[in-house]
Design a protein around this ligand. Structure first.
Ligand code: HEM
Length: 174
């Protein structure tokens, strides 16, 4: 038996006391905790990330004063209003425009003239829902400025969801 074989045989019959001293129950426990942590942190397959749900697609629609009318916030309906041909979804401002709100008169309506003149009077709103749109041609520059100011505010706060046209001018028919 050469020297190496002698050493191997010796080691097998007489394990190194320093190795056996490491195999205490506590160390085994720590080792298993370590292995488990390594497995969970590095190796365990992770669930695919859950992507946030997409908001519902906004369709740009063509409204007439009549088809805009139902969007007045009643019975949980969205609230839309129009200003110079653009329809804004003002549902976020339900407190302003929803039923019982201070500006509920504008809900589902062409609010252009009322906003321009700072008036809630009934005659500010298009009476004939199937007639021509209000051209606002009689308004002065100050009133038009006031209206544009409101539009700028709406652009910051709300989405444009469509355009307002007179009955018969729907074009592509949607
Ligand atoms: C006594 C007069 C009025 C008072 C005290 C008043 C008060 C207010 C207040 C406190 C707000 C909320 C501002 C905010 O938190 O963003 C507001 C917003 C508004 N007001 Fe008036 N207001 C008056 C007259 C008018 C008039 C005459 C009009 C137009 C006809 C008008 C149209 C609006 C609109 C469109 C909003 C914006 C709501 C939004 O952000 O969607 N208000 N008003």
């Amino acid at each position: 038996m050469d020297y190496v074989e002698q050493r191997v045989a010796q080691a097998a019959s007489n394990p190194d006391p320093s190795t056996t001293a490491l195999l205490t129950p506590l160390n085994l426990l720590l080792l298993s905790v370590l292995l488990y942590a390594a497995y969970t942190l590095l190796l365990r397959p992770t669930a695919p990330p859950v992507l946030p749900k997409e908001p519902p697609a906004i369709l740009f629609r063509t409204f007439t004063p009549r088809t805009l009318l139902p969007y007045n916030g009643e019975n949980g309906a969205p609230v839309y209003l129009a200003a110079r041909g653009r329809v804004f979804d003002v549902t976020r401002g339900r407190n302003f425009y929803g039923p019982g709100g201070p500006y509920a008169n504008f809900a589902g309506r062409d609010a252009s003239r009322g906003l321009a003149c700072g008036s809630f009077d009934e005659e500010m709103l298009t009476k004939d829902l199937d007639g021509p749109l209000d051209t606002l041609s009689d308004l002065g520059p100050g009133e038009m400025e006031a209206l544009k100011g409101w539009e700028e505010r709406f652009e910051e706060k709300y989405m444009v969801v469509g355009k307002l046209v007179a009955v018969g001018e729907e074009g592509d028919g949607n």
